[in-house]
Design a protein around this ligand. Structure first.
Ligand code: ZN
Length: 320
């Protein structure tokens, strides 16, 4: 468990001591805050034969858990990123949950990325939530709880995992020897585990390329060379970084130099850009980007989209 998760741990431990532990939990919060890791650690603690605040790490249960062979620990996640959790997988989980635990204690099941349950798998799960087997605990882990069926949500006790306090997150990044920790934390909207992934990754390089193209275009560079450059970058990275950059510019334009922004390493450039752009045009670019991001699973004419983006972007600075 991370040091910013003690509140959630204590809350759960108090319910456990009071014999009021729910049979279904929903851990929700942004990506990159460590809720999956917490769920696994807490499952280990629920199965541990000691009664300490956290799993002891020494008992037989903890040892088989560490070896990933605990018979009373079940874990389900989508097979591929973005794919649904199939109904067969949930049916299999329900059968296992209906049997008595092999170690004679609890059975704990975790469903990661629970927002990816499809209608059939969600309905199959609903029956188990309505009529739980004694001594079973189901933990749904989810970054987008509003995408769950309301009937599923209402049958789980929801525990929030918000982004940690900035000081705790920065302390963690420094422990991990991340250079420019503050920048990467901002780029990850406060999620420390995402910041670790972004630092030194291709994504960080792609960000530099996207920003360079957008800055040059704002200064009047022609569209066609910019298009050639931007086409080389994965579309998702272009959309994500452009949305953040556009948001930053809108914030600086409306709140001034002290605005809370994402790309803190280019604050000076943003200030200069904000002085010569039209805010309405920026909102137009932003709407286009958000709309296209929502359609990201549909085959798009990428070239046309990028051309639209660059033209609108250039226009935002043209007549300011
Ligand atoms: Zn133990």
């Amino acid at each position: 468990m991370y040091n910013w998760q003690t509140e959630q741990r204590d809350y759960l431990n108090n319910m456990l001591r009071a014999n009021k532990f729910p049979h279904a939990l929903l851990f929700s919060g942004p990506d990159g805050t460590g809720k999956k890791q917490f769920a696994a650690e807490y499952a280990k603690k629920l199965l541990c034969s000691s009664e300490q605040d956290e799993a002891c790490g020494h008992c037989h249960s903890c040892q088989v858990f560490a070896a990933d062979t605990h018979p009373d620990y079940l874990h389900v996640a989508p097979l591929d990123e973005g794919k649904a959790i199939a109904v067969d997988v949930i049916r299999e989980l329900i059968v296992k949950l209906s049997k008595t635990s092999q170690f004679g204690g609890k059975t704990v099941a975790i469903i990661d990325n629970a927002e990816q349950l499809n209608r059939n798998s969600a309905n199959a799960l609903l029956k188990t939530l309505e009529e739980p087997t004694p001594d079973t605990i189901l933990v749904l882990v989810c970054s987008y709880p509003h995408r769950l069926l309301p009937t599923i949500r209402s049958r789980c006790l929801q525990i929030a995992f918000p982004v940690p306090e900035k000081s705790a997150a920065l302390g963690y990044l420094q422990q991990q020897n991340i250079d420019d920790a503050e920048l990467y934390l901002q780029l990850s909207h406060g999620s420390p585990l995402t910041a670790c992934q972004v630092a030194g990754s291709e994504l960080a390089e792609q960000r530099k390329s996207v920003l360079k193209i957008l800055i040059k275009t704002s200064r009047g560079q022609a569209i066609s060379p910019a298009l050639k450059e931007i086409e080389k970058i994965p579309l998702k990275a272009t959309l994500d970084w452009s949305i953040d950059f556009c948001d930053d510019l809108i914030r600086v334009k409306s709140q001034g130099d002290q605005a809370d922004i994402t790309h803190i390493d280019v604050r000076d450039v943003l200030s200069k850009m904000a002085a010569c752009c039209q805010i309405q045009a920026l909102y137009g670019v932003r709407d286009l980007l958000i709309e296209r991001k929502k359609q990201s699973n549909i085959a798009l004419n990428t070239q046309l989209l990028l051309e639209d983006l660059l033209i609108l972007w250039k226009q935002a600075f043209k007549t300011a």
